[in-house]
Design a protein around this ligand. Structure first.
Ligand code: NAG
Ligand code: NAG
Ligand code: NAG
Ligand code: NAG
Ligand code: NAG
Length: 360
């Protein structure tokens, strides 16, 4: 097997050098915007409308979809919005197919050929679990959706300034996917229940071949990094690293978290030395955790690089206490933590997209 090893090693170095971005300055870290009242669970313009049952094919799902689309349409006019629809039977739908609608929003550098653009991609699911009835799914995944919305809004003007300044030779875009149908319908572990939207989208984008002249083979392979947020919003999360190839990005987040804490920019935890990133000191070669089945699976299976930000106790393997119970509602969110996630993901985007100096 020595050949295989060598090949892998070469690829590894390529990945490392391609991502050699610069550190954000302290000044930038100290001036990132916090979500504030937009994350109020009763009346916040971003989060409150997400906190309702949104089972695929229901009116709640439609209302939340409208909220997300309107957010981009009114706040981020430079972004393109697409809805990708599929239908599928579920274990409880009998012969009635259920519609699943993924929401995709992206922004490319002006004038660029869309098939030459590599897109950093943030992902969260916007559907909620059907049972128990009335389930809200605040950490699962209303809060992650809100965190992403806040983060992209917070760097959008800087992106405009950077692209204007660099005469638009950038080949990096930014993309958000809000998936539908992540949750299962049956209560047994049936194969092919759950991940409806992500399975459909990955399959679609894999066959959406770009012209031979373009830099990337397909829309799927133009994803530079698939950052999946799930089960975020409880206090003191434990975020592990699951993929050696993206461990460097994981550590970037851990470093940003620690710098933000050191600068007094995070409200949760408080104590210095506390970190959400349990594998921050581990070497990439020692990352051996089993990945957790989620919306990344159909993409990962087709070769997309994944960073999975999900709160799981590394010792017990348990999800946060409220998981899949009626307690997973707005009132049980730790709002300092949710807001801190908004700031941290903003910092990650700003660093990845090299927006230092453009953030104001
Ligand atoms: C960037 O930050 C890392 C981690 O804190 C540090 O090791 C490195 O020296 C920094 N690079 C520069 C150019 O400041
Ligand atoms: C939103 O709700 C909070 C209480 O959760 C209240 O203090 C605030 O005044 C409300 N804001 C608006 C604009 O209604
Ligand atoms: C976005 O807003 C414009 C003007 O308000 C409207 O004409 C358009 O239909 C909206 N697009 C979507 C996708 O909602
Ligand atoms: C783009 O840059 C030019 C000069 O560098 C400036 O005059 C113009 O206002 C900028 N446009 C935007 C949209 O920032
Ligand atoms: C990686 O694992 C090896 C073997 O278990 C160990 O010797 C080494 O200290 C570990 N390195 C890190 C940075 O965790």
């Amino acid at each position: 097997m020595p050949f295989l090893r060598k090949g892998r090693l070469a690829l590894w170095f390529l990945v490392l050098s391609a991502n050699a971005y610069r550190n954000l300055s302290d000044t930038t870290l100290q001036t990132l915007s916090r979500p504030g009242t937009d994350f109020n669970i009763h009346n916040g313009s971003i989060l409150a409308p997400l906190l309702q049952p949104r089972v695929p094919g229901t009116l709640g799902s439609e209302a939340v979809r409208r909220h997300i689309v309107q957010f981009f349409n009114s706040t981020l006019p430079e972004w393109k919005i697409e809805l990708q629809t599929s239908t599928s039977r579920t274990p409880i739908s009998e012969d009635q197919p259920v519609p699943f609608v993924n929401i995709i929003a992206y922004r490319d550098p002006p004038g660029a050929n869309p098939t030459d653009i590599r897109r950093l991609t943030l992902v969260a699911h916007y559907d909620s679990l059907k049972e128990p009835e009335g389930f809200i799914g605040a950490i699962d995944s209303a809060a992650p959706c809100a965190i992403i919305m806040h983060a992209v809004r917070s760097i959008d003007a800087a992106l405009t300034r950077q692209w204007n300044h660099t005469q638009c030779d950038s080949k990096y875009g930014l993309q958000v996917i809000f998936t539908d149908g992540e949750e299962t319908f049956g209560n047994t572990l049936l194969a092919n229940d759950g991940l409806y939207g992500s399975r459909s989208l990955a399959a679609n984008w894999a066959v959406d071949k770009y012209p031979l002249s373009s830099t990337y083979e397909s829309r799927l392979l133009s994803i530079s990094l698939f950052v999946l947020l799930d089960l975020l919003g409880s206090k003191n999360p434990h975020i592990a690293s699951y993929y050696p190839v993206t461990h460097r990005d994981y550590r970037r987040l851990a470093i940003l978290e620690s710098r933000l804490r050191g600068l007094g920019q995070l409200k949760s935890g408080g104590m210095e030395g506390i970190s959400w990133f349990v594998d921050r000191a581990v070497d990439a070669r020692n990352i051996t955790r089993r990945s957790i089945e989620d919306d990344q699976v159909p993409f990962s299976a087709l070769g997309v690089d994944i960073l999975h930000l999900i709160d799981v106790d590394p010792v017990t393997g348990e999800f946060p206490k409220v998981w899949h119970t009626l307690d997973d509602d707005g009132g049980h969110l730790d709002m300092d933590t949710v807001e801190d996630w908004g700031v941290l993901i903003t910092a990650f985007l700003a660093e990845w997209l090299e927006l230092d100096g453009y953030m104001e």
